[in-house]
Write a protein that binds this ligand. Structure first.
Ligand SMILES: [Zn+2]
Length: 217
């Protein structure tokens, strides 16, 4: 696997610190399963974080703070992350395979536009955003769109090209909210990607906007 596009350092640091959202964390963990370079970065960030915490001076806290913390946790929206299920699909990175719970061949794709199918993955009830697999066949693409929030995409099979280059299996597109792009699949086989989105994407142009309700994004 020849990975050329990686998550931003800020995304890897947030992952190492445990502050990345659940959906994006599944995408980053799946990339890490395939990318030794980013694994090294995350290990380094985790060690750095540990050193910083060790160096903090402790201060006395007021009595009852533990009770207040526990009470706040009780009131927070909660819900367990979907239980990981053992699955044997060597074509998938392990974190995605566990979250999916079955091989890719058993996915019931939802057709949202000609040549485009999606499948949403379960997130815990309190998680923000959306985690989806998208499957686009050759000769099709996703029209120009922007984002209300960040979007991080991992290519699982096939390939696509947008104005940032060509993205192949293992590559990640880590896009800020202000970035707009359209993409075209250029592999013979369908391009399958795992996408985490903070907020709905915004399509540009009349035809593309007509797709919006069908995409459900
Ligand atoms: Zn990487």
């Amino acid at each position: 696997m020849n990975i050329k596009h990686h998550p931003d350092d800020a995304t890897l640091l947030a992952f190492a610190a445990g502050s990345l959202g659940e959906a994006a964390s599944v995408v980053v963990a799946s990339h890490l399963a395939w990318c030794p370079a980013c694994r090294a970065t995350v290990r380094c960030a985790e060690r750095l974080g540990g050193t910083l915490i060790d160096g903090l001076e402790t201060e006395p806290v007021s009595a009852g703070i533990l009770d207040r913390c526990l009470s706040a946790l009780d009131q927070a929206p909660s819900g367990p992350a979907p239980a990981p299920r053992a699955v044997d699909d060597p074509a998938l990175p392990a974190p995605l395979a566990r979250r999916l719970g079955h091989p890719m061949s058993q996915i019931r794709w939802k057709r949202v536009a000609p040549g485009i199918q999606v499948h949403d993955l379960d997130l815990s009830p309190s998680a923000r955003g959306r985690l989806s697999l998208i499957r686009v066949t050759n000769g099709h693409g996703v029209p120009a769109h922007g984002h209300s929030g960040s979007e991080i995409t991992l290519v699982l099979s096939g390939s696509y090209t947008d104005r940032f280059g060509r993205f192949e299996p293992g590559d990640v597109a880590d896009l800020d909210p202000e970035i707009e792009h359209d993409l075209a699949v250029d592999s013979k086989e369908p391009c399958v990607c795992l996408i985490a989105m903070d907020a709905p994407i915004r399509f540009k142009g009349v035809l593309a906007r007509l797709m919006q309700p069908f995409m459900g994004f």
